[in-house]
Ligand binder design. Structure first.
Ligand code: ZN
Length: 173
């Protein structure tokens, strides 16, 4: 087991489209275990493989259907796909790769997901509420989409300016 370094915006790898997983091997299982350990250590509600520099379609999420985090029902989803979505909800989101920013994002309220487990077996389920938000956020990462892309250009630019200022202050130290 190992804690993995998490890439931070604006790292260009966070903007890549990740590739489907084709080989369900020990290497994949090890990465999933390390991602779960990293997510719990932070702690975070979810983590996508590209956030730790692996451009493959795998995510881990900690949210359970009843909204309780950090228990044994943390899930690994390989090649997850949203097959249906409806309704909408506004939720205050943050991201382990986007430091110091929490903003309201509009997401679908109900989603249906198809994915594979670590042995390649397909499964599907429905999610709503907070769990649906986390899943949509993490699946976005697999296509190089960050939650700031769902914000207005104005809010995004304010954040970019803030980051530049922080970087400059860092250099002055
Ligand atoms: Zn994120």
């Amino acid at each position: 087991m190992a804690l993995l370094p998490i890439l931070k915006y604006p790292d260009p790898r966070l903007r890549e489209k990740s590739l489907p997983v084709e080989h369900f091997n020990d290497e994949l299982r090890q990465l999933a275990a390390d991602m779960l350990e990293t997510m719990r250590a932070v702690p975070g509600a979810g983590l996508a493989a590209p956030q730790v520099g692996h451009l493959i379609r795998m995510i881990v999420v900690s949210a359970t259907p009843n909204g309780q985090d950090f228990d044994d029902s943390a899930q690994v989803l390989v090649n997850p796909r949203i097959t249906h979505q409806d309704g909408h909800q506004l939720y205050n989101e943050g991201c382990l790769s986007v430091v110091d920013l929490y903003e309201q994002v509009t997401r679908a309220q109900n989603i249906e997901i198809e994915a594979q487990d670590l042995d390649g077996r397909p499964f599907n389920f429905q999610a709503d509420g907070r769990r649906a938000v986390i899943l949509q956020h993490e699946i976005d990462h697999l296509d190089g989409i960050l939650f700031i892309d769902h914000l207005s250009a104005l809010k995004r630019n304010i954040y970019k300016r803030k980051l530049k200022k922080l970087a400059k202050e860092g250099l002055d130290d």
